[in-house]
Ligand binder design. Structure first.
Ligand code: HEC
Length: 302
């Protein structure tokens, strides 16, 4: 656990996990190198911030989705539909997927080959029916069904559902503007997630602090994977160190050392806001570079 990013449940993988657990042909250069700009309504609170993190965290799901490092974000990138999402055997066209399939959850298998369009979640706040057959009248119920029945996740608690609903309701119904996936944005997101962690540290809530720290470590794991070469030691070590710092913060919380935990978080936040130069130096050779990523995608796994 302490060794962090290389193994264990916090290792939420988008590249490596997907390569291991999804059929060949599931990873798309387009999905991994571009994302629509996020654009949220004004007025963010902790629920929105925690929901935003949970939306990107495979560990709220179970089964294959979790192992493959897929989160809500994989199919609904920044709340839009991921048009290029395609899993051979479960998709008939890009942007469509069978979500009632034993591949995800044995209990959800409906004995039908029925891929559905992945919808954009933009503007869900104003909808009163959800799903292609308008079967559900509540966003909260639909979200619970997605987690538990489609993707074999544990029963979500009230806070997790409140947060996921709060985030989804902030998704402004705007046009899609594709943006490159960048280290800069991913690090800015980590800072945003760290701000969410301030709340349970202020409330002195051990369980929630641990849970959020674990989710943030998962997000750091995604960044770590992009620095794939063993010789990118400086970059990999920095990311692993930050992940370890989060374990340290969770441990301080567990020991009731709240002022130290809060101090440690502030220090970590400063470190990530001024990242070591190794990261920038390795960036052109990392999998943030679309050309490198393309080569990586075309290189068969071990
Ligand atoms: C593997 C891809 C995939 C993942 C992962 C996924 N979804 Fe979806 N989502 C879909 C598909 C396909 C539909 C259409 C289902 C239907 O119409 O019944 C859908 C529909 C929805 C809808 C209904 C929208 C509407 O306007 O009717 C909501 C809300 C939603 N998803 C939220 C989520 C949340 C929250 C998560 C994470 C907990 C998530 N989804 C994860 C593919 C996915």
């Amino acid at each position: 656990m302490l060794l962090g990013l290389v193994s264990g449940e916090a290792d939420a993988q988008s590249l490596l996990g997907a390569r291991e657990w999804l059929p060949p042909g599931s990873l798309s250069l387009e999905n991994l190198s571009q994302r629509p700009a996020e654009r949220l309504e004004e007025g963010r609170n902790f629920y929105v911030a925690f929901g935003r993190l949970a939306f990107r965290s495979p560990d709220i799901l179970g089964g294959t989705a979790r192992k493959a490092g897929l989160s809500c974000q994989a199919c609904h990138a920044n709340g839009f539909a991921t048009h290029a999402f395609f899993i051979p055997g479960l998709s008939d066209r890009p942007g469509r997927i069978d979500v009632s399939h034993a591949f995800w959850h044995l209990r959800g298998e409906d004995q039908r080959d029925n891929p559905l369009d992945i919808p954009s979640l933009r503007g869900v706040k104003t909808k009163d029916r959800f799903g292609h057959d308008a079967r559900t009248a509540s966003l909260r119920d639909f979200t619970r069904r997605v987690i538990v029945m489609e993707f074999a996740g544990d029963e979500p608690d009230a806070l997790l559902l409140d947060a996921l609903v709060a985030y989804q309701e902030k998704l402004r119904p705007v046009d899609e503007t594709p943006q490159p996936v960048t280290l800069q944005q991913d690090l800015a997101d980590i800072l945003d997630h760290l701000d969410a962690l301030r709340v349970p540290l202020g409330e002195e809530n051990v369980a929630l602090a641990g849970r959020i720290a674990t989710m943030i470590r998962g997000q750091l794991g995604f960044i770590h994977e992009r620095f794939a070469d063993e010789d990118m030691r400086g970059s990999r070590a920095a990311l692993e160190d930050w992940s370890r710092q989060l374990v340290g913060i969770a441990m301080l919380a567990e020991n009731g050392q709240w002022p130290q935990a809060r101090q440690h978080l502030a220090t970590l936040r400063n470190a990530i806001a001024a990242p070591p130069s190794a990261l920038a130096a390795d960036l052109p050779r990392s999998l943030y570079d679309p050309a490198r990523l393309k080569v990586w995608l075309n290189t068969p796994a071990r």
